[in-house]
Design a protein around this ligand. Structure first.
Ligand code: PGA
Ligand code: ZN
Length: 422
């Protein structure tokens, strides 16, 4: 099957900022992919190419990345047979020629990589998750709903970035989604009863004027209780403090407190006794590797310790972390590394080393639901895609509903056992 067309254009993401959309045409099918964008990014992420032309979109235009697709990449691929995913991604990496994909832009490259994966599924007449994951792709991930937003994703004074509901104790994905929605609405009512705003942050979670992380945890507990679910049985809590964002001069500074890594670890340990927390992502800063080892040694048997900024979905970094005992799980974001092959390799390395995995959207999103299919394909057992509200967030959650329905009796819900420390 020949690639007959390949083009990109500039569209808007959920924050109203430009991003790349790629269209790849084969003989009878055309596949599209659009690219997400992070705001609290790890330092070693693949490079998101932005124009820097202050006269357009405040410098955030992506015409250079668009041109990379329409020029260099299209010239190399159009008219050729659609290669295997591994071969296609190898060509993209070679055309770019830099370790961080800074020449063509990771936003250009990941868009082409995903569009190609989707076009292959279309010509096979196979669902995307099955095309990527084969017959084993039957595991529905536990959705982690980010219902209170802080940090870089909201204008409130809450320094911790994400407070998530993980309905790991429900029996099916559909029941988990329902629980997420019901508790989300119960949380709105709890906020309103306390005179707090239910306006939302970048990922659709509420962004009330609270400051201390335990205020957010208490609000979640109230909402779970109000909705009639059992905290610690039906629904658990996952957090992403995104601690790189409040790490200054070797100290963690938030809500008027200042701690070192050992004190942070003791604080999290105390929270584990009080709240049904099953996952802590970026509980410490990406530069505090010694702190990560201490945290993993202290708490890694009892709770999932997920690396996001610190591993940036990089297979090499994940392999090193497995050897050194830094964390026990990894967040997977395709645009952090830049190709479908590399994110699949990251998952392979993580699984082989006993790390658990959470698939992830970005805070800037589009209606592209690729990560939903990828979570099933890579059998991650967990996914986070923001609140159970807002079009770009529910695009992923709804796609998982379709997949569960389509799999029928073959579908399995990952549940509590998907998390490290369970
Ligand atoms: P980002 O953050 O998408 O804004 O980079 C998400 C996260 O830290 O998990
Ligand atoms: Zn994170």
């Amino acid at each position: 099957m020949k690639i007959v067309s390949l083009s990109a254009s500039e569209i808007l993401d959920s924050r109203g900022l430009p991003t790349v959309e790629v269209s790849l045409g084969l003989d009878r099918v055309t596949a599209r992919a659009s690219v997400p964008s992070g705001k609290s990014t790890g330092k070693a992420e693949a490079l998101e190419l932005r124009d820097g032309d202050k006269k357009r979109y405040g410098g955030k235009g992506v015409l250079k990345a668009v041109e990379a697709v329409n020029g260099t990449i299209a010239r190399a691929l159009v008219g050729k047979e659609l290669p295997s995913q591994a071969e296609l991604d190898r060509i993209l990496i070679e055309l770019d020629g830099t370790p961080t994909k800074s020449h063509l832009g990771a936003n250009a490259i990941v868009g082409v990589s995903i569009a190609a994966a989707r076009s292959r599924a279309l010509i096979e007449g196979t669902p995307l998750y099955a095309s990527l994951g084969g017959a084993e792709a039957t595991l529905l991930p536990v959705p982690c709903f980010n219902v209170i937003n802080g940090g870089a994703h909201a204008p409130n004074d809450l320094d911790f970035q994400e407070f998530m509901l993980a309905p790991a104790g429900r029996r099916t994905y559909a029941e988990a989604l329902r629980a997420g929605s019901e508790v989300y609405h119960a949380l709105a009512a709890v906020l309103s009863s306390k005179g707090l705003s239910s306006a939302v942050g970048d990922e659709g979670g509420f962004a009330p004027a609270i400051k201390h992380p335990t205020e957010a945890l208490d609000l979640l507990m109230r909402a779970i209780e109000r909705s009639g679910y059992r905290a610690g049985e039906d629904i658990f809590i996952a957090i992403d403090p995104a601690a790189s964002g409040f790490f200054t001069d070797g100290r963690y500074v938030f809500a008027g407190e200042s701690h070192d890594a050992a004190e942070m670890s003791a604080m999290y340990a105390a929270w584990l006794r009080e709240y049904p927390i099953l996952s802590i992502e970026d509980g410490l800063a990406e530069d505090d590797v010694a702190g990560w080892r201490l945290l993993t040694r202290d708490l890694g048997k009892r709770v999932q310790i997920v690396g996001d900024d610190i591993f940036v979905s990089n297979p090499g970094k994940i392999a090193a972390a497995i050897k050194e005992g830094t964390a026990n799980a990894v967040l997977l974001k395709p645009n952090q590394i830049g190709t479908v092959t590399e994110i699949s390799e990251a998952a392979r390395v993580a699984r082989a080393g006993g790390f658990r995995m959470m698939m992830s959207h970005r805070s800037g999103e589009t209606d592209d639901s690729f990560v939903a299919d990828l979570a099933v394909a890579l059998r991650t057992g967990q996914i986070k895609s923001g609140a159970p509200a807002r079009g770009e967030r529910v695009a992923k959650y709804n796609q998982l509903l379709r997949i569960e329905r389509e799999l029928g009796t073959r579908a399995r819900y990952a549940g509590r056992g998907a998390f490290a420390g369970a």
